[in-house]
Design a protein around this ligand. Sequence first.
Ligand code: CP
Length: 319
Amino acid sequence: MQQVSTTFHFHNMETGSLVSIDNLSKEEILKILRTAAYFEEHPNQKILDGKIVATLFFEPSTRTRLSFETAVQRLGGRIIGFSDPAATSTSKGETLKDTIKMVSNYADLIVMRHYLEGAAQYATEVTDIPIINAGDGANQHPSQTLLDLYSLYKTQGTLENLTITMVGDLKYGRTVHSLLMAMRHFNPTFRFVACKELQMPEFYKQFCLDNGIQFTEHEDFNQAVIDTSDIIYMTRVQRERFTDIMEYEKVKDLYSLNNAMLETSRQNLRILHPLPRVNEINRDVDDNPKAYYFQQAKNGLYARQAIICRALGIDLPVK
Ligand code: CP
């Protein structure tokens, strides 16, 4: 996967915003994955010297913010930003447009998580510096998808022809929406396991039909589904997207994976989860070699180093 020489340089940059995984061609995706592999070998380099990256998190995050910030620090750049919008002038009524314009005066790149779908796209329309979407409502989470693809490649040795079972909140889960779209390049077969209230939205099912992607839908997370999967992608029910908490209470614990359920699963099966988890993966799965969610989160560092370099137009010694 990895082909390296020893130089890197800055070229005349266009903005390299990443708003939706759909912004990337198959070749661009594969190049980012090769670059992630390069950074996994060489995580500490001084290639962002003089660069300032702003991380603007209007919604809570542990992995995405800290791995982006670690990525910048390991590449020698500097960070500004916030993780608590209540401590910014947003709380005085400043608009998102004005916030983005202000931060653009200070930083070379903005990484933003926002609760509104379309917020990242909107940000690209009011600034000339690149925007990386770190999650916009229930819409997209493209940097998560790139680390997911890197995890698929590392565990399966290929991205092609995989059977991927997505379980849980397929309605509001932006990670499954982005992953589904990215996989159109790689001939996947999907199983969508969800209760009626949290089924995969029609838009994404139509996307599968339009792109010749096979899928089946299940309410029952049964043994036959588990035993014929290469990847089980568990998701948390997104409490923050429910307007009626009683509706959330009704569906929050419907799907839970435990160790006994994995006994007859494929050797190559790996369990992924974007995290955080609540009750959807029992703690007894954590020591099973098929559990991959903590390594998956670690892969986020390398994928995000690659995404930042692309955004800033930095050529790396990766073909
Ligand atoms: N996977 C993910 O987006 O995690 P955080 O919400 O902790 O960033």
